[in-house]
Design a protein around this ligand. Sequence first.
Ligand SMILES: C[S@@+](CC[C@H](N)C(=O)[O-])C[C@H]1O[C@@H](n2cnc3c(N)ncnc32)[C@H](O)[C@@H]1O
Length: 459
Amino acid sequence: MKLNMETLSLLERQELKNKTDKFYAPSEIIELFESKDVDKEWSFIEYKPSDTSKLTHCYHRYPAKFIPQLVEKLMDEYISGIKEPLVNDLFMGSGTTIACAITRGYRASGTDINYISELITRVKSTPINPAMLREKIEELLADLSFLESDTLFSNHIKPYIPKANVERIDYWFKPEIKEELGIILAKVKEEPDINIQNFFTVCFSHILKTVSIWLMGSTKPTRDFNKKIQQPIFYFKRHLKKMERKNKEFWTIVPSHIKNNLDLYLNIKRGNAKNQPVDDEAVDIQITSSPYVTSYEYADLHQLSTLWLEYAVDLSEYRKEFIGTAYKRYEDRQLKSKIAQSIVNQMLLKDKNMSKEIEAFFIDMQECFDETYRILRPGGRCCYVIGNTMLKKVEILNAEVFAESIQNSGLIVDRIIKREIPSKILPQKRDAETGKFAKNGKEDFHAYPMEYIVIGRKI
Ligand SMILES: C[S@@+](CC[C@H](N)C(=O)[O-])C[C@H]1O[C@@H](n2cnc3c(N)ncnc32)[C@H](O)[C@@H]1O
C-alpha cells in the first residue's frame, strides 16, 4: 500500500526514540505487517467445537468471540510465572478472557458497554455449588412444568412482559411465545439468590433468538415469518441442562480460594473501555478484541435481550455509546495515527459518511490505548486481536493502525502474530464495492480469514 501521509517531525521521533530504540515509523509498520507469515501455532485448527466451547464458554452465543485456547496460550507465554496476576479485558464481550483468568485462579478485571455482556461474563466466571444449583433447577422446572402439559396455560403465574418495550417485543415474538417467555421470566425473577437468578437469566437470554422470528444464521436483524419455533420451555430446559453440566466441570476446576472470595478476584463492570476499574500500573496482561469499524452493531444484535431484560428503552441513544458503530461522528477531535489519517483521506474520496465513521472509530481506539498505557505495569503486555478489512475498495488496516497507536500511547510494539481464523463464526463481511453487508448466509463466510495479535509492552 502506498501511504499518502506526512512523516513524523524530527522532534516527535526523537522524543519517542528516547523512550525506546524500538520505535517504528508508520512506513516501517506497514512493511513489518507485509513481511509477516501466518504462524500456524496460533490457528488452533486441531480443536473441535467441543474443545472451544468447554467449561462455561458455551453459556451464551456472542458474535466474534475468542476461543479460550488463544487466551490460554497468551497467558502461558506471558504470565505463567507470576503469582495471582491481574488480567484485564476492556471489551469483554462474552467474557472469554475473564472466565479463563478465573479458571486459572488469576485476578480478572474489565468492562463492556453492552449490558448483556456484563451479565454473561459474570455468570461465566461465577462457579456455583452443583448440589445447590440442582435443587434450584428442580424447583424452577417444577413450577414451570404446567407449560408442557396439554392443558391451557394455568393463570397462576402472571407473565412478566416489560411494558415500555412491548411494541418491539411484539415485532419479534409471536403472541403465544411472548406469553410463555413472560411466564418463565416471572419465575426467574422470583429467585432470591442473585447468582442463581443471573444463571437462569443468561439461559433465558440465550434462547431468545431461537424462539423469536429473527432469521436464524443471520447477524442482521431480519424477520423470518415462516420460522418453525417450538415452545420456549423446550429450549430453556435443554440449555439449562447443558449449563448445569458445564457449571459442574467449572466448579471442579476453579481453585477453592477463588470460590470462597470471588469478589476479590472478579472486578468487572458495565462501562466504557476508556475507563477501567483498576489502579494505575496494576495490570499484568490485557487480552482483548475490539469491535471492528462499522461491522457488528452490537446494540442491535443483542436487542432481544435488551428488550426483555429492560437494559435500554431508546436503542438509538444506547447505540452511540458503542465504539465502531456507524452512528458516531467527531467534529472536534484529531487523529494521531498517520496510517489512520491516510485511510480516512482515501475513504473521503469515496464516501464522506463512511470516512467520518472510520475516523470516529480510530479516535475512540486511540483513547482506549491511552487507558491501556495507564493501567499496565512496567513490563506488562497488551494483546489486541484484530483483523483488517476492505470497505469500498479501501484497505482498512486496523492492525497497522493499532500498532502505530499503541506507540503513540507510549507502549512499544513487542510482537505481531498473524493467525488464520478457522472458526465458522467470522466477523461479518461488507461488500468491497458497495460497503453494504453481504447477503444473509454469505456474510459469515471467509470474511476475515486472517487476523493479527498486536502485542504491546510497557517499558
Ligand atoms: C469483538 S467483541 C469482544 C468479544 C470477546 N473477546 C469474546 O470473547 O466474547 C467487542 C466488544 O466490544 C464492546 N464494546 C463496544 N463499544 C464499547 C465501549 N465503548 N466500551 C466497552 N466495550 C465496548 C462490544 O459490546 C463487544 O462486546
